[in-house]
Design a protein around this ligand. Structure first.
Ligand code: GLC
Length: 605
């Protein structure tokens, strides 16, 4: 399994090696250092020849406005050009479903919704739009696409994966990289980042404790209640290659020049220190010519002795280290490891060449002007229309007993918190790291969509479903998950909360036909809902243009989405790899509107 990778031209490499020859050890290690924007000043970036600055989840320059982003990024880039050799920084951010840290940016469906579309061309267009909005703020590196192949949907990062089908993840991951890079990477491209390398989707439930090493004083954000994220991967080499490595092969073939290493362990071996995977496989077998960046404070998980942790990570093949805090310790430690011969000059030179290759590819090593992308592109109508189309195509009608489509002159009783909440529809990685309910950024809710499609006077909305004596032919009600991120979304119980079921049942009493919309980052257990529903629709996390869901509910857009993951019928099935049970899933991967349902609204076969 060898990926063809567009190795940079010999001329570029010659230039890079000439530049390398002029670098001091401190400048080389500076290039290997990525620092969170709040931990360093532009002057220090210049002084230390820092290679990259990042905005972590929710980390924004200034007040997070577009202007603050442009000024903030530019201050770091301009400072880096004032360093002795003038090598500009790469500014990186988690633009994982649009430029999602920025208020007013277009927020697209999370990957699980894009996976439901199965449409590589759409994914390419979405990534291209996100790239333009990201480049418009000066950032030229996005930590996307996530190429996870989620096996256990109790994992809080399930929604960051496109699908449980590796071939779908590979096809959509390839398209995403092509979209981020565009036709002319130096002109208006943003470097993609294939992450998290490799096998994260197969982490074993109950093993998440590995990230809470006794010597690490983690802040509570890495909560003790994490249950699977950053856990142990217990699969064979063959399964690792066939299921989880395949998407990275595709991403590298598409030209990916950065890869982010995966937290967690493989049979107890720390992935950030796994030379076999990071060097022998990725750089040897697959011919990956770019660079590997570590994840947020991941080195601290490797060993209680920090120098040993750094030695093992870089020795294994990590090229750039995400050191959100205390970059001086990393730089000093790495230089000492070089002096002591615990890291070779050859390894450090290889890391720096790889980093400079990526910078050269995006035009940072010549006098390419920054992308001439106007801030007007951020949240523009064209991108919002694309996001609305993506939300429509991501919609999966799980079951429909003649309740859909909703006719044009239909009166509707509408209920459910998520129906009118942009924050819930966007989910995690939106404005803040975890995301949050509420009007957190401009967008159109499903309720907006219903009112536009049917007329405001035909849609009666009561969030809690208390409609008094009113009746109507159709009811539309949501059940949902509140926003979460990473291990904070690890959940053993995927059933719909009782208070949401109460809303469903209240609406049931007032309508002839009831449509239940599931707004979530993964399948939920719907037994308590199915008996009241004449139609059930998976909406995933549709983003700021959730009215695209209504386009399908009203038949304006044909239902085309299909399940990217298996939808469990019971808690026993949710246990993924460990919970094999005889009964079939509620709906299998690939299920779409009109298929023979595995179960009817009555819950029978
Ligand atoms: C996080 C995530 C990773 C993200 C990085 C920077 O912990 O694991 O996906 O790109 O840190 O925010």
């Amino acid at each position: 399994m060898v990926a063809r990778t567009d190795r940079p031209t010999v001329a570029t490499d010659d230039r890079i090696r000439a530049l390398l020859a002029s670098m001091t050890p401190a400048e080389k290690v500076g290039q290997m250092t990525q620092v969170e924007l709040g931990s360093i000043t532009p002057a220090e970036v210049a002084e230390r020849a820092i290679g990259s600055v990042l905005s972590g989840g929710g980390g924004n320059p200034g007040d997070g406005s577009v202007g603050a982003w442009r000024d903030g990024v530019d201050s770091f880039v301009a400072a880096s050009r004032r360093s002795r050799l003038g090598i500009p920084i790469l500014y990186g951010t988690d633009a994982v479903h649009g430029h999602n840290n920025v208020v007013g940016a277009t927020i697209f469906p999370h990957n699980i919704g894009l996976g439901a579309t199965g449409d590589a061309d759409l994914v390419r267009q979405v990534a291209r739009a996100a790239a333009l909005e990201t480049a418009a703020t000066g950032a030229r590196w996005s930590f996307a696409p996530c190429l996870a192949v989620p096996q256990d949907i109790r994992w809080g990062r399930t929604y960051e994966g496109f699908s449980q089908e590796p071939t779908v993840v590979a096809a959509l991951g390839r398209a995403a990289v092509e979209g981020w890079h565009g036709e002319h990477l130096p002109v208006d491209g943003v470097l993609a980042c294939a992450k998290h390398y490799v096998g994260e989707g197969a982490m074993e439930w109950g093993t998440a404790g590995s990230h809470r090493q006794p010597w690490i004083d983690w802040w509570d954000g890495w909560g003790p209640d994490w249950l699977i994220d950053q856990g142990d991967i217990r699969i064979t080499d063959e399964e690792m290659r066939e299921v989880h490595l395949a998407p990275f092969v595709a991403a590298i073939e598409a030209g990916a020049l950065t890869v982010m290493a995966c937290y967690g362990t493989w049979h107890g071996r720390r992935l950030h220190a796994d030379r076999y995977l990071l060097t022998d496989v990725l750089k040897g077998e697959l011919g990956f010519a770019g660079f590997v960046v570590s994840d947020w404070m991941a080195l601290e998980q490797i060993d209680a002795d920090y120098p040993t942790a750094v030695e093992r990570a870089i020795g294994a093949g990590v090229d750039m280290v995400m050191v959100p805090f205390n970059h001086e310790r990393f730089i000093g430690t790495t230089l000492q490891l070089l002096d002591d011969g615990r890291l070779t000059v050859e390894r450090v030179d290889d890391a720096v060449v790889r980093i400079l290759r990526a910078k050269a590819a995006i035009g940072l090593l010549d006098d390419s002007p920054p992308p001439a992308v106007s801030a007007e592109v951020i949240g523009c109508d064209e991108h919002r229309s694309l996001a609305r189309r993506a939300a429509a195509q991501s919609t999966v009608i799980l079951s429909n007993a003649s309740a859909l489509p909703i006719g044009p002159a239909t009166t509707v009783l509408a209920a459910g918190e998520a129906l009118d909440d942009v924050g819930i529809a966007c989910g995690g990685w939106t404005i803040s790291w975890e995301g949050s309910p509420g009007p957190i950024t401009p967008g159109r809710t499903m309720l907006d969509g219903l009112r536009s499609a049917l007329g405001t006077d035909r849609v009666d909305y009561e969030r809690d479903g208390r409609f008094g004596a009113v009746r109507a032919p159709v009811g539309v009600v949501t059940v949902h998950e509140l926003p979460y991120v990473e291990g904070g979304g690890d959940r053993a119980d995927l059933s719909v909360p009782g208070e949401q079921i109460d809303v469903v049942r209240r609406v049931r009493d007032h309508v002839d036909r009831l449509v239940v919309l599931v707004v979530s980052g993964r399948p939920l257990l719907l037994d308590d809902v199915l008996e009241d529903a004449d139609a059930v629709v998976a909406c995933w996390l549709p983003g700021t243009e959730a009215d695209g869901i209504v386009d399908v509910l009203t038949g304006r857009v044909p239902a085309s989405g299909s399940l990217p993951v298996s939808w469990p019928r019971s808690a026993a099935q949710v246990a993924g790899r460990t919970g094999s049970v005889s009964e079939p899933a509620a709906w299998p991967i690939g299920h779409r509107a009109g298929d023979r349902p595995a179960m009817t609204a009555t819950g029978g076969p």
